[in-house]
Design a protein around this ligand. Structure first.
Ligand code: NAD
Ligand code: DAU
Length: 336
């Protein structure tokens, strides 16, 4: 197969490209990524020069570029997005542009080139926020996004489904919970906290740290995406989750323990605006229909992830210092 991956220089996308080519070495991947602040080609340095992989620097909103790349492709897997909730609170324009308009451009290219199979990567945040005792999110849960980020992802999900119903575009959607693992940009909770501690800095817990997320290792997420692509029913949505509900304080304490640091390293800071209390996923449909379930235990995955950031200081120190941008400015021109 020939695949077009969008956002393959980001956290989940780069792990997916590596995962897919390991399991499907006969396939050919084109990775389209704009290299925004979150895109980092060092995430895929090991694939540079591979015959079955090519990188194209470009914007998913560039209709002519996207149309050209979609020609001859068997499958589009769409990861590219503005992904950080806190940034969407500071300003939502880039979120609407990339997440909504960018998805529309890709859908039109898929439609206009014979109806290319399209898998859309989405999030559990489209369902809103759960109370402590509410049942978990599942595919039938009504949409109730509450941040500009989740609203933009919800809009993109609706568009993807609309192209299925209106144009018979062969789509699938996955709504996944919080990912963790290697190559995650150190603005997100786990890599921020681990790298801060290596630097001797405190870790900023929002509010009282009681908010709950359902953590899944990025490799389990990508195995779920592969299962949907290979065995999922066209037109369907599948919820993917880790079965690992933890409060932010539990995560923080687990990281502190793994790094041999005490609770004096916690700094309680102002809460996130509109902070969703709890996310949790019922992945029963994916388990029953696709035979998928997460395999990596949280304890094992977190320890391996902490070790990865400790062993790859060069990767994250360049990001935190801003030096990684100079590298791409030299190779590909100015980063956003
Ligand atoms: P990320 O921010 O690490 O990476 C996003 C990538 O998209 C970057 O490489 C960036 O350069 C690229 N990109 C952004 N705008 C672009 C544009 N206009 N054109 C081309 N490329 C562009 O994000 P991530 O955490 O890897 O998330 C990937 C996808 O998974 C997103 O769609 C996100 O909504 C979804 N998701 C993330 C999580 C999570 O926990 N991180 C969970 C569920 C779903
Ligand atoms: O649920 C899936 C979503 O998970 C994805 O769609 C998003 O792209 C991804 O960024 C993530 O969103 P969250 O907002 O849940 O992730 P984040 O790592 O930003 O925060 C996790 C929790 O930790 C959240 O309750 C806020 C809290 N937090 C976060 C940061 C960065 C802190 O307490 N302190 C922090 O410094």
């Amino acid at each position: 197969m020939k695949l077009l991956i969008t956002g393959g220089a980001g956290f989940i996308g780069s792990n997916f490209v590596r995962y897919w080519l390991k399991n499907n070495p006969e396939d050919m991947i084109t990775n389209l990524d704009a290299l925004t602040y979150a895109g980092n080609l060092e995430n895929l340095k090991d694939l540079e020069g591979s015959e079955n992989y090519r990188f194209v620097k470009g914007d998913i909103c560039d209709a002519a570029l996207v149309d050209g790349l979609v020609k001859g492709v068997d499958l589009i897997v769409h990861f590219a997005a503005e992904s950080h909730v806190d940034r969407s609170i500071l300003g939502s324009a880039d979120f609407i542009r990339t997440n909504v308009e960018g998805t529309r451009v890709l859908l039109d290219a898929a439609k206009n080139n014979g109806g290319v199979r399209f898998h859309h990567i989405s999030t559990d945040e489209v369902f809103g926020a759960l109370g402590f005792d509410d049942p978990k999110f599942k595919e039938a849960t009504p949409y109730d996004p509450r941040s500009p980020y989740s609203a933009s992802k919800a809009a993109s999900d609706h568009l993807v489904r609309a192209y299925f119903h209106t144009h018979k575009l062969p789509i699938t959607i996955s709504n996944c919970s919080n990912n963790y693992g290697p190559y995650q940009f150190p603005e997100k909770l786990i890599p921020l906290f681990v790298t801060n501690l290596v630097e001797g800095k405190k870790v900023p817990v929002y509010g009282e740290g009681k908010n709950i997320r359902d953590w899944i290792h990025v490799d389990d997420h990508n195995a779920g995406v592969e299962a949907i692509i290979k065995r999922g029913r066209v037109g369907e949505t599948y919820c993917l989750g880790g079965g690992n509900e933890k409060t932010n304080l539990q995560i923080t304490k687990a990281i502190l323990e793994l790094m041999g640091r005490g609770e004096e390293m916690i700094e309680y800071v102002a809460d996130r605006k509109g902070h969703d209390l709890r996310y949790a996923i019922d992945f029963g449909k994916a388990k029953e229909e696709l035979g998928w379930e997460p395999k990596i235990s949280f304890e094992e995955g977190l320890e391996a992830t902490v070790d990865w950031y400790r062993g790859n200081e060069d990767w994250w120190r360049k990001i935190k210092s801003g030096e990684y941008k100079d590298y791409y400015d030299r190779q590909y021109g100015q980063k956003k």
